[in-house]
Ligand binder design. Structure first.
Ligand SMILES: [Zn+2]
Ligand SMILES: [Zn+2]
Length: 110
């Protein structure tokens, strides 16, 4: 079996060609852990990719909560519809958190 270096940059371990991810056992475990934690927080792979692309496209657009333009380097979030069936657009993470908190308070009052 041909061997090559682990796909993780700087890792000297040799890995059999054709192994999943092309990484050594340690780094495959690490990748799985990172994936697992992302899923545990409620952000699956698809969500992460989608929000990354949408965040990039949102630069220069207006946040519909505070009406201010979103610029590179700001923490942005995808704003879900109240029933979480879709997205209303990209907003500032802080605005989204504030909206979520208000919504949470409203539900608690009921
Ligand atoms: Zn490795
Ligand atoms: Zn905002």
């Amino acid at each position: 079996m041909a061997k090559r270096n682990c796909a993780q940059a700087g890792c000297p371990a040799l890995v059999e060609a054709g192994v999943r991810d092309g990484r050594c056992l340690d780094h495959r475990r690490q990748v799985d852990r990172e994936r697992g934690s992302a899923t545990a927080r409620g952000y699956g792979y698809t969500h992460t990719q989608l929000s990354k692309r949408m965040r990039a496209e949102a630069i220069g657009m207006t946040c519909h909560f505070c009406k201010e333009v979103m610029v590179a380097g700001q923490d942005l979030a995808l704003d879900h519809t109240p029933d979480r069936a879709g997205y209303r657009g990209v907003v500032h993470l802080s605005c989204n958190a504030r909206d979520g908190a208000l919504r949470g308070n409203a539900q608690r009052l009921r």
